[in-house]
Write a protein that binds this ligand. Structure first.
Ligand code: HEM
Length: 470
């Protein structure tokens, strides 16, 4: 079928390990450097697995729009199989009828605008609890940890109908276990690239995946049992209720039992908790590094909301500068800098290059966001660059893709953005934030820690000064 079998260019690999020796802790940055030499469609190898890296808006559009269908699958991995019930979740399931149906159900019943709206009072209450707590504080607080807990609480209330405390799962704690899942799923797993090493479990991933699978399965069983017996009364229909209803109605049009319910519940938890919290953390860190931007945002809030009340969700659509700030931070710090790996289901030709079936695809949105050919002074944090621009966050403009684009793009975009906008607006409106111990804005550390969700290495420790008149 293909006359031209030329693979995309890329660095020569070593026998067996391919290019794995070229990568340090920050895979997205290393790939960015290498792609400068080999171009926006690059071919490398993780062990024996062929990997294609796209690093320009044009290349991203080729894979996520023009040839979207061919690249709409996901590679398998240890965590997907062990922890997510043999890939019955949405994030890691193969492209096909199961994924299509499940995605439709999730968008229609769990992540629709009406559903997001129904959780508005819950969000308001949880943010209020955090603001009240911070109002009392005179000392330095770990704001990153507080934002992570707030996000975890909001996710749990939405998905399970109640907050779960760290001790509900394991002595290691709820948040830490979710981090473990993201970590194992995000790091290069040698057993995947060299199947013969699988039995040796050199990185201990198999053992840890099995432990995590057991812990979460017991937890999810308990949660479902509680709902079935209605041991705790909850005012509002949560996502467990909705999924159980779908299961009982037979509307799934495919096999749908407890394993599917559990896989989707865990998926939603993992996909929502850290992404939203980390996005907020990065934005706050940039605002603290740029006091002029912080001031301008506070001025906007003063004009739209005023100092006599807190922010309401209905205010959010009037906060234009906030939107620019979110876009600018998402450009520099996309929380999933390589998106989630895609996999091709057929041979394909892209820009004259042959891409074999079964290639893994990484879209380096981090590099695209910092490309000097696309952005003026790309390393500078300047929200004003989006003034009057039609570039949005929805994946229609391939130079800015924090939620991906096309069939596999984030179905939780609206929910995630609502959380990010509300929490950020409230924290910036209610408080002035002081840096501790003579720290200056220049001292804020922006070092990244790569993972499926890429976080800042340092937590933000700040002193809140309440600034409203109520
Ligand atoms: C600011 C917050 C968020 C960001 C930045 C974000 C980003 C992303 C990205 C980059 C992807 C991968 C796209 C790709 O592979 O092409 C993704 C997938 C996904 N996200 Fe989000 N996300 C966020 C919040 C959420 C929330 C709140 C939920 C649901 C509760 C969610 C559910 C999912 C799911 C289920 C997928 C997998 C979709 C599939 O494979 O079909 N996300 N997200």
């Amino acid at each position: 079928k293909f006359t031209n079998k030329k693979l995309p260019p890329g660095p020569r690999g070593l026998p067996l390990i391919g290019n794995l020796h070229m990568f340090g802790e920050n895979l997205h940055q290393d790939l960015g450097k290498i792609s400068k030499k080999y171009g926006p469609i690059m071919s490398i190898h993780f062990g024996l697995v062929p990997v294609i890296v796209a690093s320009s808006p044009h290349a991203a559009e080729q894979f996520l729009k023009i040839h979207d269908l061919i690249f709409a699958s996901r590679p398998s991995n240890e965590v997907a199989e062990t922890v997510f019930y043999n890939r019955r979740n949405l994030v890691s399931s193969n492209y096909g009828p199961y994924w299509r149906n499940m995605r439709k159900l999730c968008t229609l019943y769990l992540l629709s605008n009406a559903k997001i709206q129904s959780f508005q009072p819950m969000r308001k209450k949880q943010v209020q609890i955090l603001v009240d707590l911070m109002k009392q504080e005179r000392n330095v607080i770990d704001v990153s940890a507080k934002i992570a807990s707030l996000s975890a609480n909001m996710s749990c209330l939405m998905i399970f109908g109640k907050k779960y405390m760290d001790e509900d799962l394991d002595e290691k704690g709820f948040n830490a276990l979710i981090q473990d899942i993201l970590c194992i799923a995000g790091l290069p797993n040698f057993a995947e690239f060299f199947p013969c090493l699988r039995v040796l479990d050199l990185q201990g991933f198999t053992r840890r995946s099995k432990e995590l699978a057991k812990l979460f399965d017991e937890f999810l069983e308990r949660v479902i049992d509680e709902h079935v017996c209605d041991k705790f009364s909850h005012e509002q229909k949560d996502m467990v209720d909705t999924l159980m209803e779908i299961m009982q109605s037979g509307e799934g049009e495919f096999e749908f039992d407890r394993r599917h319910v559990k896989a989707i519940l865990l998926d939603l938890l993992v996909a929502s908790m850290d992404t939203s919290a980390t996005t907020i953390d990065w934005i706050l860190a940039e605002l603290l590094s740029h006091p002029n931007v912080m001031k301008k945002l506070q001025n906007e809030l003063e004009q739209v909301v005023g100092k006599n009340r807190m922010v309401e969700e209905s205010d959010l659509e009037n906060l234009e500068y906030l939107e620019m700030v979110i876009k600018e931070s998402s450009r520099l710090h996309p929380v999933a800098p390589l998106l989630i790996p895609h996999e091709s289901i057929e041979d394909c030709e892209v820009d004259g290059f042959h891409i074999p079936k079964g290639s893994r695809l990484l879209i380096n949105v981090w590099t695209i966001g910092r490309d000097p050919d696309i952005w003026v002074e790309p390393e500078k944090f300047k929200p004003e660059r989006f003034q009057g621009s039609n570039i949005d966050l929805r994946g229609r403009h391939f130079e800015l893709l924090p939620f991906g684009s096309g069939r596999r793009s984030c179905p939780g975009l609206q929910l995630g953005l609502t959380t990010v906008r509300l929490v950020l607006a409230q924290l910036v409106h209610c408080f002035d934030w002081e840096l501790p111990n003579g720290m200056t804005p220049k001292d804020i550390d922006m070092t990244e820690k790569f993972g499926l969700v890429t976080t800042r290495v340092q937590h933000l420790r700040l002193i809140p000064k309440y600034r409203l008149h109520i």
